[in-house]
Design a binder for this molecule. Structure first.
Ligand SMILES: C[S@@+](CC[C@H](N)C(=O)[O-])C[C@H]1O[C@@H](n2cnc3c(N)ncnc32)[C@H](O)[C@@H]1O
Ligand SMILES: [Zn+2]
Length: 284
């Protein structure tokens, strides 16, 4: 089946969860387009995604970065993270689980999580402000519904999602509350001090003074029931992964690859150090 037809089929089933990004009206699907009660129309792209963002996407995150993230994430570097998130979702499991990855990038995290819980029949959705990210996601993972959109002005109806994932991306808790069910679980992943420290050490001689305190505190303040799990491990890396790691992270944006190529070639392992924040609102 063609990519667009597959997305249209999924949208027919889940169109009630969307709202118009222009007038907030209800949406319907007609042939190959989504349209709202006020006739604002959004065509489903041939490549199997929908663009619900009214401006041009920021250009910092580009196709090359997302392809590199795809290779690294699908290659297994974050497998322990996917296992942990899967355990949390399973403990929350219910029928008809709608999972939204907010700031999904190229979609590999969502795909890796969905494939571990497919026995509970979840439906995945991914949203990202970057068209390149969403196009890459739609290219590899047709099982989810991929939308270009702004997480601060989500094109979704209230109470649509049972699980929100927010991995290494910005958050907007007001919007998260609006689009999630009362008993939803929000899983946010933020870097800890030693995250990709080998790469940081190559690009800067200064010791890293990175702290995620502000982000973690904000999460804590918002969700009355919060758990934090720190996940730290080192993984060996091979030749191919070395260059993809370099390309996949904003950490290297201001650095010339040729100048530090020799150091990158000597990189034998990389540290993953993340906090997984799990938040819920207390039941009344
Ligand atoms: C470091 S990347 C992480 C992407 C993905 N979660 C991952 O871990 O591979 C941060 C992502 O946040 C997205 N982003 C930034 N601001 C956004 C916004 N206002 N709405 C939606 N996505 C946004 C970027 O486009 C980018 O894909
Ligand atoms: Zn509209």
């Amino acid at each position: 089946m063609k990519k667009r037809d597959q997305t249209v089929l999924l949208l027919e089933k889940y169109i009630h969860l969307f709202r118009c990004p222009i007038c907030k009206g209800e949406m319907d699907i007609r042939e190959k387009s989504m349209l709202c009660v006020n006739q604002h129309t959004f065509d489903v792209a041939k490549k199997g995604y929908i663009n619900l963002y009214m401006q041009s996407s920021p250009e910092q995150y580009d196709k090359e970065l997302f392809e590199a993230r795809h290779r690294v994430i699908a290659g297994g570097l974050y497998q322990p993270l996917h296992e942990k998130i899967t355990t949390v979702i399973k403990s929350h499991s219910q029928n008809k689980l709608h999972i939204l990855d907010v700031g999904s990038g190229e979609g590999s995290h969502l795909h890796e999580i969905l494939k571990r819980i497919d026995h509970i029949n979840p439906q995945g959705f991914g949203i990202d402000i970057s068209k390149d990210g969403i196009m890459t996601a739609a290219k590899y993972y047709p099982e989810a519904i991929w939308s270009v959109g702004d997480l601060a002005k989500n094109p979704f109806q209230k109470s649509s999602f049972h699980v929100l994932l927010n991995i290494l991306s910005p958050a907007n808790y007001e919007e998260f509350d609006r689009i999630s069910t009362k008993d939803a679980v929000v899983i946010k992943v933020v870097p800890q001090q030693n995250y990709l420290k080998e790469i940081r050490e190559i690009i800067s001689s200064e010791p890293s003074n990175y702290s995620n305190d502000e982000t973690v505190n904000k999460f804590h303040e918002h969700y009355s029931k919060t758990e934090i799990h720190r996940l730290t491990y080192k993984q060996e890396i091979d030749n191919d992964l070395r260059v993809q790691l370099w390309r996949m992270t904003p950490l290297t944006w201001n650095t010339d690859y040729d100048e530090i190529k020799d150091k990158i070639d000597k990189l034998m392992e990389v540290t993953i150090d993340l906090d997984i924040l799990i938040g819920r609102h207390a039941e009344d």
